[in-house]
Each structure stands twice: as structure tokens, then as C-alpha cells.
Design a binder for this molecule. Structure first.
Ligand SMILES: [Zn+2]
Length: 321
């Protein structure tokens, strides 16, 4: 498939549609036009051809891409890192320090994703995951600056969606690459929904991270979502993101009082959040791209795990004191 679609995302920043799962406007990568050109996010391995074609269309040859930076290691963001690193052999791959070992050896990452998605969906959505050679990998943490010559990205550690999630602030425009910290917001469906998959979603950390993104993103007035594209309503969307994250978590906590059947909890979550779509005259079921990214059963499973772990933690703290 030689489909390419690129779009202007910000000053000197070009979006590259990864055509994840063969669909447009689900997952975006971004090219930062610096002296050392840098790509943010890779999409899954099944997207590598589309991303490479996009980069070639933007004038980058195989030896021209200098950096690949990922917000976290979930397969829709970084699953293609190993294969893309092969196609662009000069690129250094940057990831939060907790994610580095899993890009070097994706065995555990793949088995964790298989538990979440099942083998058939995993293969259809993401394809295989090639390891990234260790000598090409660099670890980052809070406050680090990734230098591209005449421009850089500052690392904001923003756990919540995942324990190794970072957001990235562009030195030149102030735009913030938000990964999945705020959730999913697709350009033609003006709904923002939390993304709360297993295994390590943390609601309180997620709300704190959204607040940090709001503080940093307000000035430039530009957030760059991985799902999908640029957004200028920074305060409004950050407010919606944290309010909904708490609301969804509350619905699941209440549902857990009633049942421990995950399908039933997912049903209650779907029902309890349906107005986020119906207020716009849409049915959630009509917007299948949301389900590609974060189906409600997985969102429910992530939040059940969060509350279960939290209760265990609080019980063990109580027994210590
Ligand atoms: Zn994602």
C-alpha cells in the first residue's frame, strides 16, 4: 500500500498519517524539521511502509532521519521502532528509561499486549515487533533535553496512561506532543475519550500529568495528539480529559461494587459514558476508530486493575502503620 498523507501540524512540524490498521486519521507520527530531523512516534510495524513513504515524500532519504522519539512503548506508538530503525539506519531511538529494555527485547511487551488484545487482533492491528538494537537506543527521564542541533525536545515525565509515558515540549514552538496522556481525540469526531488500558493505568497520576501538560501547553496553545493531530483548545481539552478520566474511573469503581464480571462492567462503562457521543448526535458504535485504539472492554479492564491494585496498596499501607 503506497498511501501517503502528510499535514501541517505546527511551526516546522509535519504530521505523517501512519494509516494504522489500514485506516486514515487513527494514529499520527510527526516529523520535526530540525537540522537533525526527528520523528515523534512510529506507529506499529504494519505502519512502517506508510511512515517511510511519508518521510520520503517530505524529502528524507534513508540516511537523513537522525532521531526517533516515542512517548511510550505501546505498540501503536513504538511497535514499529525496530523496523523503522532498520529502514533509517542513522536514527537514534529515544524512549523513557523504563521503556528502553522492552524496545531492545520486546518479548515481554508482546506477551503483555497479547493478553490485552488476543493474538488475532494483535497481529491484525500491529503486526510483529522487531527489537531495536541496544546501541541505537537512548534512555530519557524527566527534564532531559533531546538536542536536534537547532531545536530540541524537553522531556516531561507524564505517567498515568502508562508508567513510562513522557510528553515532549518543542523548544521552538512550545507545542506539546501529548502521546496518550489526554486520551483519544480524532479530528472529525470532536469527542475526547480517556484511554485506560491495562496494565498500569493510574488515574491520580494521569490527572496530575494532564495538569502539567495544561501548564506547559497553554502558552503556545498547541497540543499534538498521537490520536490524532493538532489541537489548539488546550485548557478546554485538558479540563475535559481530567474530568472524564475521574468520571470513568468512578463508574468502574461503582460497577465493581455490583459485579466482578468484566463484560458487565464494560457494559456499564459504555452506558455511563454514552452521552459523550450522543450529545453530538453520534453513536459510539458508529465510531469504530475509537475501538481500534481503546475498546471499552480494555478501558474497563485497565480501570478494574487500577482500583484493585490501589485497594491492595492501601491495605498493605494500613497494615504497616
Ligand atoms: Zn495510543
Amino acid at each position: 500500500m503506497e498511501t501517503t498523507a502528510t499535514f501541517e501540524a505546527g511551526p516546522g512540524i509535519t504530521g505523517v498519517d501512519t494509516f494504522m490498521a489500514g485506516r486514515p486519521t487513527v494514529t499520527s507520527a510527526y516529523l520535526i524539521g530540525a537540522r537533525e530531523p526527528a520523528l515523534v512516534e512510529t506507529g506499529p510495524t504494519t505502519s512502517v511502509d506508510a511512515v517511510a513513504a511519508g518521510l520520503h515524500a517530505l524529502g528524507l532519504g534513508a540516511d537523513d532521519l537522525a532521531h526517533i522519539v516515542v512517548t511510550h512503548i505501546h505498540l501503536d506508538h513504538a511497535g514499529g521502532a525496530g523496523r523503522l530503525a532498520k529502514a533509517f539506519p542513522k536514527a537514534t531511538v529515544w524512549v523513557h528509561e523504563r521503556g528502553t529494555p522492552h524496545l531492545a527485547d520486546p518479548t515481554r511487551l508482546v506477551s503483555s499486549a497479547t493478553r490485552v488484545y488476543g493474538e488475532d487482533r494483535l497481529n491484525a492491528l500491529f503486526g510483529p515487533v522487531d527489537p531495536t538494537p541496544r546501541e541505537r537506543l537512548r534512555s530519557v527521564a524527566e527534564g532531559d533535553v533531546i538536542d536536534f542541533g537547532d531545536r530540541s525536545l524537553e522531556v516531561l515525565y507524564t505517567p498515568g496512561h502508562a508508567s513510562h509515558h513522557v510528553s515532549l515540549v518543542d523548544s521552538s514552538s512550545g507545542a506539546v506532543f501529548t502521546g496518550d496522556a489526554l486520551g483519544v481525540h480524532l479530528p472529525d469526531v470532536p469527542v475526547l475519550q480517556p484511554a485506560t488500558p491495562p496494565p498500569d493505568i493510574d488515574v491520580e497520576l494521569g490527572v496530575q500529568s494532564i495538569e502539567r501538560i495544561r501548564e506547559r501547553g497553554s502558552e503556545a496553545g498547541l497540543l499534538l495528539f498521537s490520536h490524532f493531530g493538532p489541537v489548539v483548545e488546550v485548557d478546554e481539552l485538558c479540563h475535559i480529559a481530567s474530568t472524564r478520566l475521574r468520571k470513568w474511573a468512578g463508574i468502574v469503581r461503582d460497577a465493581m461494587q455490583e459485579t466482578n464480571d468484566l463484560d458487565r462492567i464494560a457494559e456499564l462503562l459504555t452506558h455511563g459514558t454514552a452521552n459523550e457521543f450522543t450529545e453530538l448526535g453520534l453513536q459510539r458504535s458508529a465510531v469504530e476508530r475509537f475501538d481500534i485504539l481503546a475498546d471499552m472492554r480494555n478501558n474497563a479492564a485497565g480501570l478494574v486493575r487500577y482500583w484493585t491494585k490501589r485497594a491492595e496498596r492501601e491495605a498493605s499501607e494500613a497494615s504497616v502503620t
